[in-house]
Design a protein around this ligand. Structure first.
Ligand SMILES: Cc1ncc(COP(=O)(O)O)c(C=O)c1O
Length: 364
């Protein structure tokens, strides 16, 4: 029996045609298609400037440099979630500090954030967990503005999500996206950074291009940077998906609707017209649930954990993060890729309905 995979992407054959054309054009480096992809992304989310880069992690590192952070500076990050966010900053020499999440949203808690800000804090990174925006993000924006702290919004999983008429990624001073395999638009690897600030845009653009975006004309480098540029092959692939994003979103909505109709408040929800990126349920006996689903041809995993449980960040474990620990212990991630069919979603619902292992609501 072939198992329903956790996450498999879905592509229209038109995308492959577009990539083939791009290769045959011989324009394969960073060029006009990369610029077009960035420009269309900026208009899709309603931001002024966009830079595409090699990954969502790199986009976060570049964002930290762009807002002026230097090695040794403290940045607050959520205590639960993907390792990429904290790694993006720690690998640039910043000092991350953990803030517990809210149990209902999976996102950094504004109340905890206020408690953790000190005169050493230099910036905050809010992660739109699985696409979650919501009132808590508005509150985090307010907290940062009051204290003059730059806010980096890690919207890696939230492209296309909107709250109060604004796109995820546009709430922070800089927002970032990822185009890794599980995302709504994927170029295999890739990322982007958006901002309304021309100054930030120019700083980031130079940084990803050896420290000076003009050096090909002047033969002079005025800053220090790296090569984190994207390329036209991947951009053609991304652009083809962006042009059909509504179709991609419709696929996600169709399968999530089936799960939600049956699981009701037992599946993680986000305040948006889009479903969350992941399909998350909670169980007191997650291992037993995962084994049961596996026996019935459904791949499920425990995806993330409290950051201080990773050996490299154990030094941040001098405080308790009860909500991050709750998610670590009880969250189970069901299949969620764009290849998931409605028939497969129906099967997941039926298998769960007969499961001897009870699901819990997130609030319990
Ligand atoms: C919330 C979040 N931030 C950052 C990243 C990093 O993106 P990438 O894998 O493109 O480096 C991811 C990737 O899954 C993510 O989910």
């Amino acid at each position: 029996m072939k198992s329903i995979p956790l996450c498999q992407p879905w592509f229209d054959s038109v995308y492959a045609d577009r990539v083939r054309e791009q290769i045959l054009s011989t324009q394969i480096g960073p060029g006009p298609v990369t610029a077009e992809f960035a420009s269309q992304l900026a208009s899709y989310v309603g931001s002024h400037y966009c830079i595409v880069t090699t990954s969502g992690t790199v986009a976060l590192s570049v964002a930290s440099f762009t807002v002026g952070l230097k090695p040794g500076d403290e940045i607050l990050v959520p205590a639960y979630g993907v390792i990429s966010t904290i790694n993006a900053f720690a690998s640039f020499g910043l000092k991350p500090k953990l803030v517990d999440i809210e149990r209902q949203t999976g996102c950094m808690s504004p109340t905890e954030l206020k408690k953790q800000i000190t005169d050493k804090t230099r910036a905050v990174c809010f992660v739109n967990f699985s696409g979650f925006t919501g009132q808590n993000l508005i509150e985090v924006v307010r907290i940062c503005q009051e204290r003059n702290l730059p806010l980096i919004e890690d919207a890696a999983c939230a492209l296309g999500h909107r709250f109060g008429g604004k796109s995820a990624g546009t709430f922070g001073d800089i927002g970032t996206y990822s185009f890794s395999v599980p995302k709504i638009i994927t170029t295999g690897q890739g990322g982007a950074l958006i901002t309304k600030s021309k100054n930030y845009f120019e700083k980031a653009r130079s940084f990803i291009d050896q420290g000076d975006s003009n050096w090909r004309k002047t033969n002079l480098i005025r800053g220090i940077g790296n090569n984190f540029r994207f390329n036209d092959i991947l951009a053609s692939f991304g652009l083809a998906q962006l042009k059909t994003i509504e179709k991609r979103i419709a696929r996600k909505k169709a399968t999530y609707a089936i799960l939600q109709k049956s699981l009701k408040n037992k599946i993680f929800q986000v305040p948006s017209t889009l479903p969350p990126l992941h399909h998350i349920v909670f169980a007191r006996k997650p291992r037993a649930l995962i084994n049961y689903l596996g026996d019935h041809g459904i791949t499920a995993v425990r995806q993330y954990r409290t950051i201080s449980q990773h050996p490299s960040y154990a030094y941040l474990g001098n405080r308790n993060f009860p909500n991050a620990d709750f998610w670590t212990k009880y969250a189970v991630y069901l299949p969620f890729g764009l290849s998931l069919t409605e028939k497969e979603a129906q099967k997941i619902v039926e298998i769960l309905a007969n499961s001897p292992i009870a699901l819990d609501s997130i609030i319990n």
